[in-house]
Structure formats: structure tokens, C-alpha cells
Design a protein around this ligand. Structure first.
Ligand code: ZN
Length: 177
């Protein structure tokens, strides 16, 4: 019994397709947990807890966490650090086929860097209403004026990432009082 949708393209069964989607979600959660570990390192250094990874063919090519405060560098965002390392390791700045994972929605600068790097996917945890460049303020992954776009997946391990941010910023506020 094929049901009303018949067979999916490519001769696979619907169960296979659903299975593949589930598997991708599990893979995304796995890598996001590693990004969360990196985010914790940022917080240990007094930086906002954001971690990022660049993954291609199941291999981690680059990792990063925020180092803005500890290096005094306004561009030392987790995603940029991870993208730079990935390009160096690959020996090619075009990271076609790669996924950029970030615990927080990449800001406008990092979203633009992901466009420049030609990544295939951006996966993040929590939306950032103040700076978000892949859905909140701007949607640079789906902007027809740009010469490249990417798939965007949000909400992966979002609770964990939001909790890290909440604890960090509560701590900052407590220090200021
Ligand atoms: Zn950024």
C-alpha cells in the first residue's frame, strides 16, 4: 500500500526518507553538544558563551568559541574562528558542503562570513533578536541579492544554549550591582 503520495523520488520508501531526516537531526544534536562544550570555555574566560564548529563529511574541520573579551578583538566571534580554522585545514576558503554549527544564531557579521565561505548549512540553537543574521534581524542564508545561500536549521539544543546565556548574563548583572 503506497498511500496517497505514492513513492518518493529516487525509488526510496517514505520510511527511508523519514529515517534519513531523523538521522540528520541526531547528527546535528551530537555536534551541537560539542559546540556547547566550547561555549562553556568562552564563559570561563569571561566571554559570552557561544561555541561554533565547522563540519564536513562528518569531520570537524574547525572549532571556535567567543574570545572577544579575552583577546580584545571585536571580530573574535566563535563562528569566524571556526570558519578560519576550517579553511586553513581544508586548504580552501570555499567550504562547500560544510555545516556551520553555532549555539547562538550567528550575528550579521558571522552570517555574512558563512555566505562568503559558501557553507551548505547553518545550524544553531537559540535565536538572537538583537544581532541574529540568519532569521531574526536579517536572513542572509536566503537573500536573493547575494550570490550564495544556505539551509538554516534552528532550535537544536536551544534550551541548553539559552540556559548557558542566562547563567552568564545573570552573573554579569550580579557583578555590576
Ligand atoms: Zn558573530
Amino acid at each position: 500500500m503506497l498511500g496517497r503520495w505514492g513513492r518518493p523520488p529516487g525509488g526510496r520508501s517514505w520510511n527511508d526518507l523519514v529515517g534519513r531526516v531523523m538521522k540528520q537531526e541526531e547528527i546535528d544534536r551530537h555536534f551541537m553538544n560539542i559546540a556547547l562544550e566550547l561555549a562553556r570555555k568562552a564563559a570561563e574566560n569571561g566571554d559570552a558563551p557561544v561555541g561554533a564548529l565547522v563540519v564536513e563529511d562528518g569531520q570537524i574541520l574547525g572549532t571556535g568559541y567567543n574570545r572577544i573579551e579575552c583577546e580584545g578583538d571585536p571580530t573574535a566571534h566563535a563562528e569566524l574562528i571556526a570558519l578560519r580554522e576550517a579553511a586553513r585545514r581544508k586548504g580552501d576558503w570555499r567550504l562547500r558542503g560544510a555545516t556551520l554549527y553555532a549555539t547562538l544564531e550567528p550575528c550579521i557579521m558571522c552570517a555574512a562570513a558563512a555566505v562568503h565561505a559558501r557553507v551548505a548549512r547553518v545550524v544553531f540553537g537559540v535565536h538572537d533578536e538583537r544581532w541574529g543574521g540568519v532569521g531574526s534581524l536579517f536572513d542572509l542564508g536566503h537573500d536573493p541579492r547575494l550570490n550564495h545561500g544556505f539551509e538554516v536549521i534552528s532550535g537544536i539544543q536551544a534550551k541548553e544554549s539559552a540556559e548557558l546565556c542566562r547563567v552568564f548574563f545573570n552573573g554579569l548583572r550580579a557583578k555590576k550591582v
